[in-house]
Ligand binder design. Structure first.
Ligand code: GAF
Length: 385
């Protein structure tokens, strides 16, 4: 398939009969560790992928937005009235309308625009295709309109598009990752303060690779389950009298658990509190250049998601088990759960063998063959030359 930027440009030319004024790209992301901690005001450590969404765009007069996408080849068009009513534009166009809404709501004069979208980020695989779309559209509209919106304020705005226009109650991780990540680094984000530290994550130098396995498991009730996990965490924080579960220190975990009567809630809390600590421990190891030693933390994170937070599915657990049995240093599901992708930290030389082992395990269980790719930490959203 041709390069994604070339496809966006060609799509723009064929949809609108002219050259775009510019092209903006935003990547998908993998989360190294720190799952379901973002909306608990905790810590996450994602990195951007080289798989990207590209938006080719030009201004157009008036408050009208026309959007072509290679996935549907059906332009979506909306004006200010539709943009100003959350939920009115549905489907993938809702993410674009949501960005227009969030900008207008924040008081920006959003320029009318024609946009064409192409993407290499697989949809619905837990690699943040929606955040990539929001971030690329946001970058395009900000530049076309000459809007004053620095990069560090963009994740919140894109998140508002998703929470309030599209209606998905997600945290701040994905938008922060796709906007703020740097090449060769993972993004250590404090989701309460939005302070970031770019942590070197040099896999090549360590002779390592990250293998991402797309489980291809159908997302089963992912939206409802995500919202219910979030509600349980918020209810637990309120029962414990803290603003968010981030405020429960791992040293105080047993005391906190003793104050909760419901076993399921206790397990949810234990996942979040221990996961925050695993992020901090991973950051410490990476700061010290001890990349290979993070493996057990990744695997412990997976066990916690499987047993305490209960967000994995058989395909995902099979991929993790097969990768570990084939020599991966650590493996875990990445993203919101109920399907999506697994990442495995492997010796670079054994990436192929680990991938084959996962494929073999899938065949034995009768699952659809998984897809895999090795990835390196890539840059966040940018305007293309
Ligand atoms: C999804 C959400 F969008 C993120 O905000 C985060 O909560 C993640 O699931 C789980 O860590 O990607």
């Amino acid at each position: 398939m041709t390069d994604v930027a070339a496809r966006a440009t060609a799509g723009f030319r064929s949809a609108y009969g002219q050259q775009p004024a510019g092209r903006w790209a935003a990547p998908g992301r993998a989360n190294l560790i720190g799952e379901h901690t973002d909306y608990n005001d905790g810590f996450v450590l994602p990195f951007a992928l080289s798989l990207r969404t590209v938006v080719a765009a030009s201004g157009q007069p008036g408050e009208r937005w026309t959007v072509w996408s290679e996935t549907t080849d059906q332009p979506v068009e909306f004006g200010a009235a539709e943009a100003d009513e959350p939920g009115r534009v549905t489907g993938w166009g809702g993410y674009v309308a949501g960005v227009v809404w969030a900008l207008r709501e924040a008081g920006y004069a959003v320029p009318g625009a024609r946009l064409a979208i192409a993407s290499d980020v697989p949809l619905g695989s837990g690699l943040s295709s929606s955040a990539a779309l929001e971030a690329a559209v946001l970058a395009a509209l900000v530049d076309l309109g000459g809007l004053d919106l620095p990069a560090e304020r963009r994740p919140r705005l894109a998140q508002r598009a998703e929470n309030s226009y599209v209606g998905a109650p997600t945290g701040i991780m994905d938008q922060s990752a796709v906007i703020r990540c740097r090449e060769g680094h993972a993004l250590f984000l404090d989701c309460r303060t939005e302070a970031v530290e770019h942590i070197p994550f040099d896999l090549d130098a360590a002779g390592l690779a990250v293998l991402v396995v797309d489980s291809r498991a159908p997302h089963r009730h992912a939206d409802g389950e995500y919202a219910s996990r979030r509600r349980s965490c918020e209810a637990a924080a309120s029962a414990l009298g803290v603003p968010a579960l981030r405020d429960v220190a791992v040293a105080d975990l047993d005391t906190a658990l003793g104050r909760l009567s419901d076993d399921e809630t206790r397990r949810r809390v234990r996942h979040v509190v221990t996961e925050d600590q695993r992020v901090l421990d991973t950051v410490e190891l990476l700061r010290a250049g001890r990349v290979r030693e993070i493996g057990p933390l990744l695997t412990a994170s997976h066990a916690s998601m499987r047993d305490d937070f209960e967000i994995t599915v058989p395909e995902i657990d099979t991929a993790v088990e097969a990768a570990l049995a084939a020599g991966a240093l650590g493996a875990r599901m990445t993203g919101g759960g109920f399907g999506g992708c697994v990442l495995a930290l492997v010796e670079a030389a054994s990436a192929g063998a680990v991938a084959d082992a996962v494929t073999h395990a899938y065949a034995e269980r009768g699952f659809a063959a998984p897809h895999h790719v090795t990835v390196l930490p890539a840059p966040g959203a940018t305007r293309l030359p």
